[in-house]
Design a protein around this ligand. Structure first.
Ligand code: ARG
Length: 381
């Protein structure tokens, strides 16, 4: 019987190779699922492309609003940053993609799901964890079973042999993963770690040198740890992130180059761009400094790191995340207020903060400065 497979399709090299291999070599009936996560909307073109390339049909789901509201903003409130600066754009998208994929596979009576990614990628491992948690009855066609997905070179070779041209806009030379929360791309390993990277690696930001010579002021207002207004104007989550990506990207904000520890124990050199996300993290941190007490800040800092590690390793659907979220539900109560910033030459610099929940008491500080009393912090840490 012909195998029916629902494939999470991005139009990139590996998912195009995967689609080709499943339809041509395995004779499978493949439906491509395109989960739109921005920043550009090209999902319908991708759907058409998938059908032209052999898929029996395509589903397009626009999840941009949900992605920002339910995934990215949770990570923001957790200050979830992996290692020295990865804001998890790619890792945060995987549970949502897996959620849509498994739901539609069940609805349409599919027994198999697939994700076109390299065997050794973090995404392959995350995908397996997410699908196992959400739909253990589904059969996963893992990259291990697909010869051209054993390495990037194998995928390139297969694509060349079969005349597969990845969808326009995704470079064959570099494998970008991009959504509203940021872009990521692994540096070519042959460059090593010394050679500086060309501007080709950056797609959402300009370099600091090319950024405007004048700072641009901006105010951000938060309600319970969620950004809700920019310069006094109310914005829905997706709109707010789109707006900030453009404004911060113009100033070169949000570039991070990292030598990162992958799940399989190897280090890789990665390039990230997350203009809105970096700016929002910076702003919320400024508000937390003002509104959260010392002990809560300490614990919250640790939870942010654990939260990031959990997302990175594919644990979004674990009970532990719910437990962290319960903590964050409490701490966000007092995260109301406004942060002023200057965007300038690659940085978002906090210039001011104000909050009805502020714990800063200038009068008490002045009075205290004049008295001679032993300093004690009233907290257990
Ligand atoms: N290293 C990051 C991660 O593991 C980014 C990977 C992005 N994927 C890609 N195909 N470029 O989440």
């Amino acid at each position: 019987m012909q195998k029916k497979v629902m494939l999470a399709f991005t139009g990139g090299l590996q998912s195009s190779v995967c689609l080709h291999w499943l339809t041509r070599k395995r004779g499978a009936l493949v439906t491509a699922l395109i989960v739109e996560l921005g920043p550009e909307t090209r999902a319908y073109e991708l759907g058409e492309e998938a059908v032209r390339s052999g898929a029996a049909g395509a589903h397009v789901e626009d999840c941009r609003e949900e992605f920002i509201r339910e995934y990215a903003f949770r990570a923001l409130r957790a200050s979830a940053i992996y290692e020295r600066g990865y804001l998890l754009s790619g890792a945060l998208a995987r549970p949502l993609i897996a959620e849509v994929l498994t739901r539609l596979a069940d609805e349409d009576g599919f027994h198999s799901v697939a994700l076109g990614t390299c065997r050794t990628s973090n995404d392959a491992s995350r995908f397996r964890s997410h699908v196992r948690r959400l739909a253990p009855h589904l059969d996963i066609i893992a990259p291990d079973q697909i010869p051209p997905l054993q390495s990037r070179d194998a995928a390139l070779e297969y694509a060349e042999k079969h005349g597969i041209v990845p969808f326009e806009g995704t470079s064959a030379a570099l494998s970008y993963d991009i959504n509203l929360w940021g872009a990521s791309v692994a540096a070519d390993p042959s460059l090593g770690t010394w050679e500086s990277l060309s501007e080709d690696y950056y797609i959402l930001t300009v370099s600091a040198e090319a950024a405007p010579e004048q700072p641009e002021a901006l105010t951000l207002e938060f309600e319970r740890g969620t950004p809700v207004r920019v310069d006094g104007e109310p914005m829905a989550p997706k709109e707010l992130v789109e707006h900030l990506n453009t404004r911060a990207g113009r100033h070169g904000i949000g570039r991070v180059e990292l030598v990162e520890d992958r799940l399989f124990g190897l280090k890789s050199r990665e390039v990230y761009e997350a203009p809105a996300a970096c700016l929002l993290m910076e702003a919320l941190r400024a508000l937390e400094e003002l509104c959260l007490d010392y002990a809560t800040l300490q614990v919250k800092g640790d939870i942010g790191r654990f939260y990031a590690n959990l997302i990175y390793s594919g644990g979004w659907f674990e009970q532990l995340r719910e437990a962290y979220d319960a903590f964050l539900e409490v701490t966000r109560r007092h995260l109301n207020g406004t942060v002023g910033m200057d965007l300038y030459k690659g940085r978002a610099v906090v210039t001011g903060r104000s909050s009805p929940d502020s714990l800063f008491d200038g009068d008490a500080l002045e009075e205290f400065n004049g008295a001679i009393v032993p300093v004690r912090r009233n907290c257990p840490l």
